[in-house]
Ligand binder design. Sequence first.
Ligand SMILES: [Ca+2]
Ligand SMILES: [Ca+2]
Ligand SMILES: [Cu+2]
Length: 337
Amino acid sequence: MTTLVQLELPAATAESRRDLPPGMLLLPGGTFRMGSDKHYPEEAPVHRVTVDSFFMDRTPVTNRQFREFVRATGYVTTAEVPPDPKDYPGALSHMLYAGSLVFAPPRQISNLRDWSQWWMFMKGADWRHPYGPKSNINALDGHPVVHVCYADALAYARWAGKDLPTEAEWEFAARGGLEDAEFAWGTEFTPGGIHKANTWQGEFPHENLCTDGFERTSPVYAFPPNGYGLHDMIGNVWEWTSDWYSAKHQADAHKACCVPENPRGGREEASYDLCQPAIRIPRKVLKGGSHLCAPNYCRRYRPAARHPEPVDTSTSHVGFRCVIRDGEGHEQQGAAL
Ligand SMILES: [Ca+2]
Ligand SMILES: [Ca+2]
Ligand SMILES: [Cu+2]
């Protein structure tokens, strides 16, 4: 059986696979320098990491794709179900309704520290109603799905015979083959004045100049691909990875032989938010930044950038994309073999 032969030759397998899963690209894998020492402390230190080759979705999962999954399975996302009071000690029961976090900035804010000024937990906000119960996705088929928590993203991935990327895989992919480049497309944020990703221009959170053409999310093919052919790695929506968050990276091992291969992030117990000791919700790493990343507030429109997100949280600016690793997932994919 050809499958077994292929699995014994992982490098050749990937190259020789003519049946590229639809909507995916084959990334070569390799050793790269992950993280950055020039920006936020959680991105440091720069360290070397090796990832094997893998397939990755060309774009974030869209509303159209997510609708197919929901139609096929009847899946109900976390944002559509009222939270269980026992998971949220101290929360007032009348506050525990089905909903999700929507970006809704006031005209004026007092400071940039308190994000509750522009994030609103909105009853009835979910993937079909990204800006609240009266909104819809009728014109947003090609936009990334949002208001998906980690379990929702993983459920989709499993259904599709795929998985969520690790942080290392995601960052390798976002760099598009450029060594040590600040941005996914090179060293300049807007080369020749051209926007390469959907971010925020103007003073966040009250002044959205939309110089890049988009106030909120954008169609996943609106901006050019990176060197690997992947769209929207940077900006538009943050993307879930499977790694537990840790406050910084592990430094390089002294010996060259010890470059971590396919690292899987920190420990779950170390991922909790120490500022919120009462709420023990572990946190995963988000990557890529979003349409809300602004020079005056959050310069996370870079491959090295990372952000912790509690697994049960969903928002109007977080989505995901999937991967298939060599030797994994093909079986479930069925049609691909
Ligand atoms: Ca924008
Ligand atoms: Ca993105
Ligand atoms: Cu940001």
